[in-house]
Design a protein around this ligand. Structure first.
Ligand SMILES: Cc1ncc(COP(=O)(O)O)c(C=O)c1O
Length: 402
């Protein structure tokens, strides 16, 4: 065994010895990153089309974000919400400035699941009702209320005993919502593009119908934009965009790419919701901490400075054109840089084959779908590299048995 392989083995063994094995890991020891590239300790580089679970929106270690974090860390790492902070004020103003009308206030927390917990609590406080409707295939996190709203795989079972009052409707099928919605429902929560379910979208009219129903029954509409938010669709948010018939919900939840890797979550809410929330209704020690706030502002600035939203739209179009050259890709689902490549056979072998060719992609709960969640700075040349690797790989893979 050479020295580099020995060092990989040592790190993997040590991690496995001391960390609970809750994830199936790739055989990579990540050391540093730059843009869409991840470098290992043994001198290899990987084209990262997964971005560490969609977190590396600005790319790995974007210099503007790194400088902002460094500068903030030398001044003050943290103080809680008991004091004002210019860094927090700037982040809140910046985030609200890109939010669609009428979302004018933000609550900061630390993760996607926490953002969803707080969004559901706000809906209950605003309506004095308790029930929540969510959808088959949606994923909202692993804490008690969020996992109870997650009708995907065996998450409900994992979350037992579930929080009472959660109801399930069929994603994309408005009639299934209409049947169970009434004046006792506090909120409807959905991922507007269901990522883990295999990048499943609904017709624009579905979002319009949901909004009309929510208005009629005074139900709070929550979009979980933990994956779709912060530029990934080629717009700042799915909400307000044409794929969702320009509908804006009452609450948007965010996390993942918002801090470029510094943990941060957020709920964007309308004044109407904000009016129901008073001191002590919500809280978190770390939410709104200075380091995370510096990362939020710098993340949004980096995306603006580098025209990343425009880049997503252009590069997505290029990728779709190139994928059209590959008959094995039977369909491309999703929007922007949240894409699901559908194959006739299982995608796991393709995921592994690409990894062996130094390209990181993602799988999903749909076995035939390969997921791409790349940094928003991904370049056309990098897409060409991916497509070439995919073509070469597919040529070597024997057809799978049914
Ligand atoms: C759509 C969606 N919502 C919520 C979450 C939970 O976020 P976190 O892991 O930060 O708690 C995830 C995580 O993958 C997600 O994809």
């Amino acid at each position: 065994m050479n020295v580099k392989a020995a060092s990989f083995k040592q790190t993997a063994e040590r991690e496995e010895k001391f960390q609970l094995a809750t994830y199936k890991k790739m055989p990579i020891v990540a050391e540093r990153g730059e843009g869409a590239w991840l470098y290992t300790g043994d001198g290899q580089r990987y084209l990262d089309l997964y971005g560490g679970h969609a977190v590396a929106g600005t790319g790995h270690s974007h210099p503007h974000v790194v400088a902002a974090i460094r500068e903030q860390s030398e001044k003050l790492l943290f103080y809680s919400n008991l004091v004002y902070s210019a860094t927090r004020a700037r982040a809140a103003e910046k985030l609200v400035s890109i939010a669609p009308e009428p979302l004018k206030k933000v609550f900061f927390c630390n993760s996607g699941t926490e953002a969803n917990e707080n969004a559901m609590r706000m809906a209950r406080l605003a309506t004095s009702r308790e029930k929540i409707i969510s959808f088959t295939g949606g994923f909202h996190g692993r804490t008690a209320d969020a996992i109870s709203a997650t009708f995907l795989g065996n998450y409900q079972k994992l979350g037992r005993p579930n929080v009472p009052g959660h109801m399930r409707a069929e994603f994309g099928k408005f009639e299934s919502v209409r049947k169970i919605a009434d004046e006792t429902v506090a909120a409807i929560i959905l991922e507007p593009i269901q990522s883990m379910a295999g990048v499943r979208t609904a017709e624009p009219g579905f979002f319009r119908s949901l909004k009309d129903l929510c208005d009629e029954l005074e139900i709070i509409l929550i979009y979980d934009e933990v994956q779709t938010g912060v530029g990934r669709t080629g717009d700042w948010f799915f909400a307000g965009g044409s794929a969702g018939d320009r509908i804006v919900p009452d609450i948007i939840t965010l996390a993942k790419a918002l801090g470029s890797g510094i943990p941060v979550g957020a709920c964007l809410v309308s004044e109407k919701i904000a009016g129901h929330i008073k001191e002590n209704d919500l809280g978190t020690t770390f939410g709104g901490g200075m380091l995370a706030m510096a990362a939020v502002t710098a993340t949004l600035e980096a995306m603006e400075n580098d025209l990343m939203l425009e880049n997503v739209r252009q590069v997505e179009a290029h990728l779709r054109n190139r994928l059209a050259e590959i008959p094995d890709v039977t369909r491309v689902r999703g929007l922007g840089f949240l894409l699901g490549l559908e194959f006739a056979d299982k995608a796991a072998a393709i995921h592994e084959g690409l990894l062996a060719r130094n390209v990181i992609t993602g799988t999903s709960s749909d076995p035939n779908v390969l997921r791409l969640l790349p940094p928003l700075c991904l370049k056309t040349a990098e897409i060409d590299l991916f497509v070439d690797e995919l073509k070469t790989l597919l040529a070597t893979l024997a057809p799978q048995e049914a």
